[in-house]
Ligand binder design. Structure first.
Ligand SMILES: [Zn+2]
Ligand SMILES: [Zn+2]
Length: 283
């Protein structure tokens, strides 16, 4: 049975996801999804285990394009990338748009570069101890400087890369858990507000990412509800994704999030069809 379910942020075995893309399509069909977007981590200019490996980008694009065609009567499939933005260590987003017929790009920050030394602080995955060690070593234990660098890098990515979607905005908080800063502190609020102003100006879609919740890494959505309420007030379009790395995660904390969003007064979410982005009421 068809539902209104959609998910535009998924990772298959072309990057750090677990299964072949078709396994996600089959599961999405079983769950009644209307649309499914593939967003493997785009190749970066340094060795790593999480992104599409050099030379494999074309294979990935061809594989997703084939699925698009094969399942065109059953589900809308989209070809996308989740691209990192690290000055001098990642490709321009235009490079990917030239290489592949992408339907959209998700811009996400997983590694924060020190503005002068260029040293990297890995804010995603791993353990809190690793996060702590990173900001202490790279930013000399100056948490404000570290968090500011995260948001400035986010802003630069929105300006330079013009991603259609901003992925897991505010993920920098994940391993903090109120230990080094609180989200209601004025300096932090100012950073959030500056980024939201830019997101609005550039008409970027703001992703609501559920992964922290179903992986038990954080007890809130990315971004937090007050940020989403503010974004809605400003007229920023919102979309809900689970950032699935396995077909079993396609609905990870999806229905629970919708309930939570409704209670918080969020009125609509945005989706992509074969022809256009559109909004749909949550009620
Ligand atoms: Zn990500
Ligand atoms: Zn992702």
């Amino acid at each position: 049975m068809k539902t209104n379910r959609t998910n535009y942020h998924t990772h298959s075995y072309f990057c750090d996801g677990k299964e072949a893309p078709e396994a996600y399509v089959k599961e999405a069909l079983r769950l009644g999804f209307k649309a499914l977007g593939f967003s493997s981590h785009a190749p970066v200019l340094f060795d790593n285990k999480y992104s599409i490996q050099p030379g494999k980008l074309k294979d990935y694009c061809i594989a997703i394009e084939q699925l698009k065609e094969q399942y065109q009567d059953q589900i809308d499939i989209f070809l996308a990338l989740e691209a990192d933005y690290i000055p001098s260590k990642t490709h321009d987003f235009e490079f990917f748009r030239e290489q592949c017929p992408l339907d959209y790009l998700i811009g996400s920050i997983h590694l924060v570069a020190h503005p002068r030394s260029g040293e990297l602080w890995y804010i995603d995955g791993g353990e809190p101890g690793f996060w702590d060690q990173g900001f202490k070593e790279v930013f000399g234990s100056d948490i404000r400087a570290a968090v500011k660098a995260f948001f400035w890098q986010t802003n630069a990515m929105i300006e330079d890369g013009k991603p259609e979607i901003l992925g897991h905005f505010d993920k920098v908080k994940m391993h903090n858990k109120n230990r080094f800063f609180r989200q209601d502190e004025a300096w932090y609020q100012k950073l959030i507000n500056e980024s939201l102003t830019l997101i609005k100006e550039k008409n970027t879609l703001l992703e609501i990412n559920t992964r922290g919740l179903y992986k038990g890494r954080y007890d809130e959505l990315f971004p937090a509800i007050p940020v989403l309420q503010k974004a809605q007030e400003m007229g920023i379009p919102l979309m809900l994704n689970t950032d699935a790395h396995h077909p079993s995660e396609l609905l990870g904390y999806y229905s629970e999030s919708i309930e939570q969003l409704k209670i918080a007064g969020i009125k609509e979410l945005w989706h992509l069809s074969k022809t256009a982005w559109y909004s749909k009421s949550l009620s």
